[in-house]
Design a binder for this molecule. Structure first.
Ligand SMILES: *[C@@H]1O[C@H](CO)[C@@H](O)[C@H](O)[C@H]1NC(C)=O
Ligand SMILES: *[C@@H]1O[C@H](CO)[C@@H](O)[C@H](O)[C@H]1NC(C)=O
Ligand SMILES: *[C@@H]1O[C@H](CO)[C@@H](O)[C@H](O)[C@H]1NC(C)=O
Ligand SMILES: *[C@@H]1O[C@H](CO)[C@@H](O)[C@H](O)[C@H]1NC(C)=O
Ligand SMILES: *[C@@H]1O[C@H](CO)[C@@H](O)[C@H](O)[C@H]1NC(C)=O
Ligand SMILES: *[C@@H]1O[C@H](CO)[C@@H](O)[C@H](O)[C@H]1NC(C)=O
Ligand SMILES: *[C@@H]1O[C@H](CO)[C@@H](O)[C@H](O)[C@H]1NC(C)=O
Ligand SMILES: *[C@@H]1O[C@H](CO)[C@@H](O)[C@H](O)[C@H]1NC(C)=O
Ligand SMILES: *[C@@H]1O[C@H](CO)[C@@H](O)[C@H](O)[C@H]1NC(C)=O
Ligand SMILES: *[C@@H]1O[C@H](CO)[C@@H](O)[C@H](O)[C@H]1NC(C)=O
Length: 328
């Protein structure tokens, strides 16, 4: 008899421990009220759901099963507990907008959709948009129509960065126009010691169609740095060129000096034929810059403007050496 009383007491206390649910009527997570006479105590909580594209569904929160008049798929239940509500209130933060893309099979590109998509988010989560990267294949579709972070970690890439004349800086390339592919290359001018910097602007994508021939080149873009950094030059300088005079068997200096270009941070150098230069030898870059032929005595370099003049050539006995060369 005593055991039966204890057993009944235990049953009573376990039943009496009501679950806790967030309840719209209470505007809080509180203990569910005792069931009506003859009804079972609730074991579940109900409430709305959240999705990035739809936001919070139109449902109230409460104890027990979803109301019978709840809109289809607007209400879900969860297993109740005594110490916390399994259906906490869904707090949202301000909506934001992203763009969706669809694959245009005819043009072979991902085309941006004209109207932005409204994206919902829970309080405490950040704003994120996603879009197809350069490696997305035609079967790719954006996660949540462009709302939220990337879920495909292989296909997606950030915009590349290029030096852009319009921005006067290396900055991220703008999103492509509707129907256009995101750029994967940067373009810009080239540099040569004899020609300097070619006449080209800098930017994202392929070279402009009106660019002068050979004035513009492209490079493979990257997300973290511009592959087409601005070419900064320093003051030009001058050097002399030489040509082999077969009749006299010597290298003859050319009358007019050559204008040499250089990038900022590089030194002035001139070069000229040395005593061991043979008749087929030609100066590197018409005498501008350092020697490139490292065979002993073939090339001599110096480091001031016009430093490779005729006066220094005679000091190397070049005419004599050349004369001896022709005798044998
Ligand atoms: C909600 O409940 C918590 C504890 O459960 C309480 O501290 C708070 O004051 C309640 N808020 C409202 C609005 O009833
Ligand atoms: C939300 O649901 C209630 C009742 O189910 C309905 O009266 C109301 O019109 C709905 N609101 C929206 C915005 O759908
Ligand atoms: C939103 O989240 C922040 C921290 O993430 C919190 O401080 C704030 O109280 C939350 N707002 C609401 C309405 O719950
Ligand atoms: C595209 O895929 C290739 C090959 O897997 C990879 O080398 C390249 O880095 C990818 N491009 C980007 C922008 O991630
Ligand atoms: C990611 O996208 C690539 C290219 O569109 C596709 O081949 C791959 O199956 C995708 N991966 C996942 C996990 O969806
Ligand atoms: C160029 O960009 C760098 C960082 O990317 C920034 O520090 C610098 O101020 C920018 N310069 C101009 C002229 O916009
Ligand atoms: C550079 O190119 C632009 C456009 O291609 C042209 O208008 C301009 O005359 C060119 N300048 C020189 C110095 O060639
Ligand atoms: C040229 O290079 C020097 C160091 O090599 C640097 O301090 C300077 O800022 C550069 N000038 C320009 C215009 O980039
Ligand atoms: C360097 O110059 C010598 C003499 O003119 C020539 O025989 C040799 O082929 C040159 N070497 C190179 C790497 O051009
Ligand atoms: C020219 O070549 C010869 C034979 O290889 C070598 O002995 C001599 O040192 C060279 N001359 C100079 C100035 O390096």
């Amino acid at each position: 008899m005593r055991f039966l009383i204890i057993a009944l007491f235990l049953v009573y206390t376990s039943v009496a421990e009501n679950i806790m649910c967030y309840q719209t009527a209470e505007k809080n997570a509180t203990m569910c009220p005792d069931p009506a006479e003859g009804a079972a105590a609730p074991t579940k909580c109900f409430g709305p759901t959240f999705s990035v594209l739809g936001g919070v569904t139109n449902s109230t929160y409460g104890c027990g099963e979803c109301p019978t008049d709840a809109a289809k798929d607007a209400c879900v239940t969860c297993d109740g507990a005594a110490d916390s509500a399994c259906n906490p209130e869904i707090i949202t933060a301000d909506n934001y907008e992203c763009y969706d893309y669809s694959y245009n099979a005819e043009k072979g590109v991902f085309a941006i959709q004209k109207d932005p998509i409204t994206c919902h988010r829970k309080n405490g989560t950040d704003v994120h948009c996603n879009k197809p990267g350069v490696n997305a294949t035609e079967t790719y579709t954006s996660n949540d129509k462009g709302c939220g972070p990337c879920t495909n970690t292989t296909a997606v890439a950030e915009n590349i960065m290029c030096y852009q004349t319009a921005e006067k800086n290396a900055t991220m390339c703008p999103d492509p126009a509707e129907g256009a592919a995101a750029p994967t290359k940067c373009f810009g001018p080239t540099f040569s010691v004899l020609g300097g910097v070619t006449n080209s602007t800098y930017g994202c994508g392929e070279c402009p169609t009106d660019a002068a021939k050979d004035a513009c080149v492209t490079c493979d873009g990257a997300a973290d740095s511009a592959c087409n950094p601005e070419i900064i030059t320093a003051d030009n300088y001058e050097c002399y060129d030489y040509s082999y005079n077969a009749e006299k068997g010597v290298f003859a200096i050319q009358k007019d000096p050559i204008t040499c270009h250089r990038k900022n941070g590089t030194d002035v150098h001139c070069n000229k034929p040395g005593v061991n230069a043979t008749e087929t030898y030609t100066s590197n870059d018409k005498g501008c810059g350092p020697c490139t032929n490292t065979t002993a005595g073939v090339c001599v370099a110096c480091d001031e403007t016009r430093c490779n003049s005729a006066v220094t050539v005679t000091a190397f006995l070049l005419p004599l050496a050349a004369l001896l060369y022709t005798l044998f």
